[in-house]
Design a binder for this molecule. Sequence first.
Ligand code: IMP
Length: 181
Amino acid sequence: MNYKIGDILFTREQISTRVIELSQEIRKDFIEFHTGQELLMVGILKGSAIFIADLVRALGQDIDVRLDFMVISSYGSDTKSSGVVRIIKDLDAYIENKNVIIVEDIIDTGLTMSYLLSILQRRAPSSLKVCSLLNKEERRKVPVFVDYCGFEIPDKFVVGYGLDYSGKWRHLPDICVAEPV
Ligand code: IMP
């Protein structure tokens, strides 16, 4: 099936406001529970690249923030993940006894995040949380608790602000619905 860029679901202004709010939530919790410790923000590439760049810059200079990235590919079609995940690039950092927040673009069936959580949990981090810009709760196949969620969205395929269709449209500043043509 082919897709075209459809209606805007969230404008760049809405995204910017919400990302700053999320960052402030993370900041508040971190100061309350982990003052003086290190916070490792783990971006899942490529979808979270733009989101994590904006998110971390609003955290503030008084928190000891580190960045790391994983590259994963999930087997499936262009618009459906199969839940079978291959790690193409693992973390550089050891996460044992670290406070880790996984930063994702979207949680759909939950299969990818559930797999990631299970492998990272085995590395014994001190805390492990999930921050996702978008969440399609109604599509869940496995339960995933999202500690920090930008927007709940309906069952539509969306692109922009890092999210792609077949590698395209990650660069769009707004989040748009991809419509079948
Ligand atoms: P899950 O394993 O079904 O939760 O799928 C998660 C991954 O599927 C995300 O990290 C995205 O790469 C991709 N994905 C799911 N829904 C969308 C969408 O609406 N737009 C773009 N990518 C999506």
